[in-house]
Design a protein around this ligand. Sequence first.
Ligand code: UT7
Length: 326
Amino acid sequence: MYKARIIGTGSYLPEKILTNSDLEKMVDTNDEWIITRTGIRQRRIAADNQATSDLALEASKKALITAGLKPEEIELLVVATITPDMPFPSTACVLQAKLGAKNAVCFDLNAACTGFIYGLSCVKQYLQMGTYKTALVVAAETLSSVTDWQDRNTCILFGDGAGAAVLRREETQRGLMEIYLNSDGNYQGLLNMPAGGSRIPATENSVKERLHFLKMKGNEVFKIAIQSMIKAANEVVSRNNLKWEDVKFIIPHQANTRIINAVAKRVGVSMERVFLNIHKYGNMSAATTAVGLDEVIREKDIKEGDLLMLVAFGAGFTSGACLIRW
Ligand code: UT7
């Protein structure tokens, strides 16, 4: 049986750090509120000359080095993002040119914070079917470009970053195992960016009304995020007849430490096996689980055959979980 195996990962975080005390000077907030309500201490912000493809490029280069591959060997390139360089062409095509991945078929995918898991699921199908042999999935976000820096409800939450994974079709027991995905468009109004598409194209008014920024009804999103992540995580465990003890590390989407704690508690996993980097980076949407996977692989004692789980929730709403045998 062919599997899509991750043979290299990489991540990139922009240099600029925005701390909670920096935010205290911008909006009516304070370090203590942000830490106790979210777990975030700082986040990274892209430089003025950095767009999403620039962050994606750095993460991709690292993933290719780890995989020991040249850019020309990539046959499929998927970028998961809600902050593309521009509405079109795709950020994947922009990245292709920068990276020199001249033999790749390239497209973007928008599943918000669940984007990396959706990207992996997409590539898994192509590789297992034999359409392509080698793929690159990149999750990259420049959320600072759609953050309303006057809105304390949202501006404290988000950061910029990118993570990448190179996958190859192999006859092995290792690789992407079960992936569960879910979508529910009925909740689109709770988390979105209203303008800039065909519904509300850019006008003087749309700018004045601040409609080109991310809007979120955080409190309502919070409850559904917990339920959805529990459901997704439990699905992939039960579909494989596994016990939670079998999973070595869980890499959850990092929107709020309280969400992560609640999910871990409900599924009965101790926080020692749950990866956290929210204090350093905040919520980087699709990039969060991709960066988390790279950091777990580099920092934790992950051995061949260990089971890892990615689980995420985001705008759409979308949710999903992915079980990986390393
Ligand atoms: O990644 C995709 C999915 N996103 C999520 O999953 C995010 C889910 N939501 C959350 O993480 C939380 O709802 C937030 C962190 C966004 C907000 O936390 P909360 O505990 O739900 O707070 P709240 O919105 O209910 O607000 C509580 C109070 C309000 O004041 P009043 O009305 O009680 O006087 C807010 O105005 O906290 C106030 N508040 C703030 N205070 C200081 C809201 N933002 C801030 C702030 N600093 N930055």
